[in-house]
Structure formats: C-alpha cells, structure tokens
Design a protein around this ligand. Structure first.
Ligand code: NDP
Length: 269
C-alpha cells in the first residue's frame, strides 16, 4: 500500500496529508528527489479526514516527521494549526506546506503557479487573466497574479464565491458573470470540473490566438478543458509543472538545498 490511514503512519520524515490521498503523486515526486540526491529520507502519504489534522500532526510530530504537505480538504485547517505563517499563506488564507518543528505554515501553490507561468514564457510582463473557479487553488492563483501586477477576471459557477474572492483580492481583480476569454492573455482552469469529465462553459470565440491556457489538474482530468481550448486553436498545459514547482519549493524550504526539478517531473509523468 502506498498510503496509510494517519493512525497507522509509518516511519518517515515527510508526508502528504489529505482525503482522498490515494491519487497523490507527491510521494513519487519527493522520493525520486531524495534518491537522486542520495538523501536518506522517506516521504509517505497519509489519509487525514477533515477535522482530524491536529491529531494527525501530533502523531507525525511524535514519530519524528519534519514536514508535511497538505491537500484537500485540509489547507485552511493547516493554517489554523500553525504558530507562524508566511505572508502569502496569510494572504491566501490556506497553507499547503508545514514545518512541524517550527509549527510554521507556508503556501507554495501561489509561487509554484508563478514559476510554472514563467516556464511558459509568461513571467515577463503581466497581462490580463481569466481564472475559472473560486476554491482553494483559485485563491492562490488569483492572489499570485494580482500581486505580480496582472489584471484578473475571476468566474465561478456560484457568483457569490467569485465576488467574495474578488473583494478579498482587491482592485485589479474583478468577478465576472460569464467566463469570456475575449482579450485574455492567460486562461486558467482552477475548477475541479475535469475530475468529473466536465468543462467550465468558457466563451472561447474572442480569445486571442496567442492566449495561453493552463489547467491546474493534471493527466486525464485536464484533458476535457485542454481539448476544448485546442478546438479553438489554443495551446495549453496541465498542472504537472505547477505540481513540481510547488513540491520543489516545499523541498527547498524544508531542506535548504536546491530541488532536482527535472527528476521530480520525470517521476510524475
Ligand atoms: P476546491 O474544491 O477548493 O475548488 C474547486 C472549484 O471548482 C470550486 O470553485 C467549485 O465550485 C468548482 N467546480 C467544481 N466543479 C465544477 C464544474 N463542473 N463547473 C464549474 N466549476 C466547478 O479545489 P482546489 O481549488 O483545491 O482544486 C481545483 C483543481 O486544481 C483540482 O483539479 C486540483 O487537482 C487542482 N490543483 C492542482 C495543483 C497543482 O499543483 N497542479 C495544486 C492544487 C490544486 P463550487 O464551489 O460551486 O463547487
């Protein structure tokens, strides 16, 4: 078994916690990095339902774990658990990376997204972005883009969700009633629609020919959205580069040394 209920946590130094967790690629990615750098470390996956994070972290700490990543549905709980947090974790209101010895929380989704954007050649000058969704990862993406000077339109199927997110982010972020790609340089699918084979109802007609499309989901879950974009002549990428970047930034925060991003990417493809 490659994951464990948290009460049966094995000996390890690092882990990813969430529910569900069986699908997580983080153990493969981090263990490949340790192997490449000949580090005697272990990274495992623990199933932790909502409401049980404090107990799970207490056990991990007793077992000598040094750090954990957290994913759905624990990112807000993780921030509440910490004694201190990075400015971006505070701003997003969620943490995906914890240092157990310092009880410190960080959010590497936001800078990880920006790193993936730079790799796509969109790091230089900020433009106009359309972000779909208003959940945890949409918050990280919207704040990261706004902080980098982008103007952001955010759409969610429940308009009150996008309105709340836009109000929290401030000036350069506006909630929109329809997901219109007209004029956007970047279109980001931060919904989980693809997990159900669904696609947000983007109006692609006015999209710029050079617009860049990114789905934060990876593998099969990203295919419906990327296919819809491709039918309109737009090219895009899935969330694998962001997954590697957020994992690499967590690795570097914990271990203070550069992460082997190429090895990590190969491990999840
Ligand atoms: P959340 O559950 O926090 O948010 C999901 C969002 O998607 C909500 O706004 C939800 O709306 C919306 N949504 C779900 N289904 C549909 C649909 N059929 N049509 C329109 N909107 C829909 O999830 P996360 O933000 O944590 O994750 C979103 C995606 O990003 C997932 O695919 C996840 O795997 C991926 N991700 C990738 C990362 C990476 O490193 N590449 C990092 C983090 C996430 P409502 O509230 O109305 O349900």
């Amino acid at each position: 078994m490659s994951w464990f209920p948290w009460r049966e946590a094995p000996a390890a130094e690092y882990a990813v916690l969430g529910d569900p967790i069986a699908h997580s690629l983080s153990p493969a990615m981090h263990n490949a990095a340790y192997a490449a750098l000949e580090m005697p470390l272990r990274y495992t996956a623990l199933q932790v339902p909502a409401g049980e994070l404090d107990q799970a972290l207490a056990l991990c700490t007793r077992l000598g774990y040094r750090g954990v990543n957290v994913t759905l549905p624990l990112k807000e709980e993780a921030l509440r658990w910490a004694d201190s947090a990075s400015p971006i974790a505070m701003r997003v209101g969620a943490a995906n990376t914890l240092d157990l010895r310092r009880r410190h929380a960080d959010n590497t989704d936001a800078p990880g997204f920006m790193e993936a954007l730079r790799d796509l050649g969109l790091g230089g000058s900020p433009g106009a972005a359309l972000v779909l969704g208003a959940g945890g990862s949409a918050r990280a993406v919207v704040f990261a883009l706004a902080d980098a000077g982008w103007s952001v339109a955010v759409w969610a199927r429940r308009p009150e969700q996008s309105a709340t997110l836009a109000a929290a982010a401030g000036g350069a972020v506006q909630a929109v009633q329809e997901p219109n790609a007209d004029g956007a340089d970047l279109i980001v699918n931060a919904t989980s629609a693809g997990l159900a084979g669904d696609v947000p109802p983007v109006l692609w007609e006015g999209a710029r020919a050079k617009a860049c499309v990114m789905d934060l989901a990876y593998g099969l879950a990203a295919l419906p959205f990327l296919q819809a974009a491709r039918e309109c002549g737009l090219r895009g990428c899935d969330g694998a580069p962001m997954l590697v970047a957020q994992g690499a930034l967590a690795f570097e925060g914990w271990l203070g040394t550069g992460a082997p991003r190429g090895v990590m990417l190969t491990a999840i493809l």
